[in-house]
Design a protein around this ligand. Structure first.
Ligand code: SF4
Ligand code: SF4
Length: 467
């Protein structure tokens, strides 16, 4: 190993790859990847982008597929409306999601980051390709940046940043449509600016945020800011699948010399794997927090191996154990435990979703008067009902006393027609013949009926005189 390589091998962990010795930024001029893995990722990324931009426009029965309206506390998942009252389902879903993320990371490392993280997908498949198109290859980009304020520099930079800003503007609107719904966003666009100052300010802030992230911050999000990235270290073990350099095969690295018997390993020290890396690291130094698992170095090295007629896979998906011992992936005790837990949580969550009520009723006695005499042979109690209609439709319902003789007398309108997506409040008297009341507090059941079918039974108490 050369002296400078030795020095680098000793010091590369002392600082972030994109920070230079004086604390300044080392701008990453990544080579455009090409190869099998990049093609797979490209297909997935464009499919993903299509879904992201098209989904807000898709509606089933007037409801979007996904809407997360935090300000109004209204959530729509797969066209089902969830309310703050369904928070329990959300809590279980979040726990399930976290366990899934942990399990997935233990087994597959940063697969999520490299393949489906929006940061990677937008940067590598939208913003960076635009840069390659306008400013050319990394060496052309470096040359351009070395001659600032020339006509070419001003023209290319203006064009690139104008496009970046426009795309960020579209992304901000698309995100907003996942919060408010596409109809509301179209309304905001069409109506006078003065009527939506708050929303427009939010849109401008988010546009600048996306623009700043994709135009300038870039890989720093993955290497320094993202908490998921920072947690990798505690989730990885020696069986975690990761992008690995097979040092047993590659070392000692050394240039390839024609017509000379090769004494070194298979790494010809061409640096292609480094030049293509979007976070600017050298994967040959081993697993690093900065590696987002993008596979670009696998493709680059495979191409080199093919050219020099060595076996591909010097850099590949493999666990540390596989590299050191040659042992294949093991389904260890930790993975089994996580999988079991995940399965239980998933079944529990699906049960909650399947049994979730779209009409939810809460009935309670009105505080104050205990009971009233109605004529000579009946007693009555006053009740308040809160009935949540989570559907988009008006729903007529009826309340009936179950198991005992008696009747529900509504105060006000004689019918209950629930307004859509609201909490409906009604007050009613429950009249029960005295002969049915045999003690001070009688447990009763009130049935909630929709189209003649019972959808809920509410248990409560009916108070009478001391007997
Ligand atoms: S691309 Fe492969 S051969 Fe070239 S330096 Fe990287 S690991 Fe070595
Ligand atoms: S080391 Fe390889 S997989 Fe990791 S970020 Fe760099 S190019 Fe992508």
């Amino acid at each position: 190993m050369k002296e400078e390589d030795l020095l680098h091998a000793e010091t590369y962990r002392d600082r972030v790859s994109t920070v230079n010795k004086t604390g300044g930024r080392n701008w990453v001029y990544a080579l455009k990847p090409k190869g099998k893995w990049f093609n797979y990722r490209k297909v997935l990324a464009y499919f993903y982008l299509a879904i992201f931009f098209i989904m807000p426009f898709i509606k089933v029965n007037g409801l979007p597929f996904l809407m997360i309206n935090v300000p109004k506390g209204k959530f729509i998942l797969f066209t089902k409306i969830f309310w703050p009252q369904d928070f329990f389902i959300f809590a279980v879903a979040m726990i399930t999601f976290i366990v899934f993320i942990v399990l997935f990371t233990v087994v597959f490392g940063r697969l999520f980051c490299g393949w489906v993280c929006p940061q990677t997908v937008f940067l590598e498949f939208v913003f960076r390709p635009i840069e390659w198109l306008i400013e050319g290859t990394p060496s052309q980009q470096k040359k351009l940046n070395a001659n600032k304020w020339t006509k070419e520099w001003i023209l290319k930079k203006s064009l690139k940043h104008f496009i970046y800003f426009f795309i960020s503007f579209v992304i901000a609107h698309t995100f907003l449509s996942y919060v408010l719904g596409i109809d509301e966003v179209i309304k905001v666009i069409k109506e006078p600016v003065t009527e939506h100052i708050g929303l427009l300010s939010g849109l401008i802030i988010f546009t600048y945020l996306f623009y700043g992230v994709f135009a300038f911050v870039r890989e720093i999000v993955c290497t320094t800011i993202c908490p998921y990235g920072r947690l990798q270290g505690v989730m990885f073990d020696k069986d975690t699948m990761q992008i690995s350099y097979d040092y047993n095969r590659g070392e000692p690295r050394g240039k390839l010399h024609k017509n000379e018997e090769r004494k070194e390993g298979d790494c010809i020290n061409c640096m292609k794997c480094v030049q293509v890396c979007p976070t600017g690291i050298d994967i040959r130094n081993g697993l690093q927090m900065e590696c987002v698992g993008c596979t670009a170095c696998i493709d680059a090295c495979d191409e080199v191996m093919e050219t020099v007629h060595f076996e591909k896979g010097l850099i590949r998906y493999a666990s540390e154990n596989e590299i050191t011992t040659g042992k294949k992936f093991v389904f260890n005790a930790r993975i089994k435990a996580y999988t079991g837990l995940l399965l239980i949580l998933f079944i529990f969550m699906m049960t909650l979703v399947a049994t979730r009520k779209t009409i939810d009723t809460f009935i309670a006695r009105v505080k104050g008067p205990l009971y009233q005499e109605v004529g000579e042979d009946k007693l009555s109690n006053l009740f308040d009902a809160k009935i949540i209609n989570k559907t988009k439709y008006k729903v007529p319902i009826t309340l009936k006393l179950e198991e005992l003789e008696g009747s529900v007398k509504l105060v006000g309108d004689k019918e209950i027609v629930l307004k859509s997506e609201t909490v409906n409040e009604r007050t009613f008297f429950l009249e029960i013949p005295k002969k049915e009341i045999k003690k001070r507090s009688t447990s009763i059941k009130i049935g909630v009926y929709k189209d003649g079918e019972k959808i809920q039974t509410i248990k409560t108490k009916f108070l009478g005189p001391f007997i």
